[in-house]
Design a protein around this ligand. Structure first.
Ligand code: MRU
Length: 348
């Protein structure tokens, strides 16, 4: 366990570390209703696909607690509305929809007797989603260890650590497990423009874990690869289509292309809840466009001329052909992904 936590349910309130203020300040914000949680996801108080999935679960739990419904039927429709609000907050990570649907389906299957029982069921399922996430990450890390040699210089994009999950992390979880198992790992941390999740959050986490690292500009990855300084790439994922095409933080695609050109293995790490078997390819994954000001301003300082235009897609798609393997909590999927992902997700 880390000294800090990403998200917790505390008696009818959801507490989250405010990731916008890290690493300068460690502070927590409390949310008491679904609109607050949806706003926290949109504004990136909390971010990272598994963490926002857990937040969505707790958002529904808050909706259940706050609802004034006196019949189970009315509570059910309040929860459906709450689910829609949460799913609209960020479109790319499928974990949001996955968590909302998991809870709604669970209570749909429950025999409704009392409103209070239904409320309790929603809270129980939201807590289960959060608890399972922490276990799943450790399980993924075990599989991930299989591909990390005794000495490894690893490049990592965005933040996929404890902060992006309920605990431990996905891609960063594998790196952490390698370090904890005595492997000699060194991390090249992509700064990850424009929100700087690498420079701000990944560097902060690695520092606390005592894992050696250096922060590099996103555009420097090819330079270090050409110098022979990178052995492996590890990234997370926000949605994986059934053919293995993967949406992740903008810049992941460039990194994968550079790795491919240099013959460096490129691993995606993510739970099976991030796999969207409904989608045939990455073409169908919705990409979130965020405000232009995230590009033209850095930490409250304008860096582009007033009135400058800017485009800010928050994610890109890495085609499956550039991905060496996808590491999940159920095992490692290798090409052809259509088959291996379906098997790991239990539909083959
Ligand atoms: O915009 P963010 O910070 O939510 O983007 C996060 C990422 O792209 C992560 O790589 C992904 O969610 C996996 S986190 C375990």
């Amino acid at each position: 366990m880390s000294d800090y936590f990403t998200i917790r349910w505390i008696d009818g309130c959801v507490r989250m570390i405010d990731q916008r203020r890290l690493p300068h300040e460690v502070c927590y914000l409390d949310f008491y209703d679904v609109a607050g949680v949806a706003g926290a996801i949109r504004d990136m108080v909390i971010r990272g696909a598994p963490a926002i999935g857990a937040a969505a679960g707790f958002g529904l739990a808050l909706a259940a607690v706050k609802s004034e419904a006196v019949t189970c039927h009315d509570l059910w429709s309040d929860l459906q509305h709450a689910g829609e609000t949460l799913m609209r907050s960020r479109p790319t990570a499928v974990n949001l929809t996955w968590a909302v649907n998991r809870i709604l389906q669970k209570i749909h299957r429950t025999t409704w007797v009392e409103v209070s029982e239904l409320r309790a069921e929603v809270i129980k399922e939201a807590l289960a989603i959060a608890a399972e996430d922490a276990q799943i990450n450790r399980q993924m890390a075990k599989y991930g260890l299989e591909v990390v040699p005794q000495k490894a210089r690893i490049i990592h994009h965005c933040n996929t650590g404890s902060l992006a999950t309920v605990d431990y992390g996905t891609a960063l979880g594998v790196i952490r497990a390698a370090h904890e198992n005595g492997r000699n790992v060194f991390v090249y941390v992509d700064e990850t423009r424009p929100r700087l999740q690498g420079a701000r959050l990944t560097a902060w986490e690695l520092q606390q874990l005592g894992i050696p690292y250096t922060v590099i500009a996103d555009g420097a990855s090819g330079y270090f690869m050409r110098q022979g300084k990178i052995d492996l790439c590890f990234v997370g994922c926000d949605r994986v289509a059934s053919n293995g095409d993967t949406a992740n933080k903008i810049g992941t695609y460039n990194l994968a292309l550079a790795a491919y050109a240099h013959g460096i293995p490129f691993y995606v790490v993510g739970p099976t809840s991030t796999v969207d078997l409904q989608l045939p390819s990455g073409e169908e994954i919705p990409i979130e466009n965020r405000p232009a000001s995230e590009i033209t301003w850095v930490e409250g300082v304008r860096i582009a001329p007033a009135g400058a235009d800017a485009s800010n897609p928050a994610f890109d798609i890495t085609p499956a052909q550039f991905i060496t393997a996808i590491i999940t909590e159920k095992g490692i999927a290798v090409p052809p992904y259509q088959e291996s992902l379906a098997r790991l997700c239990g539909v083959l």
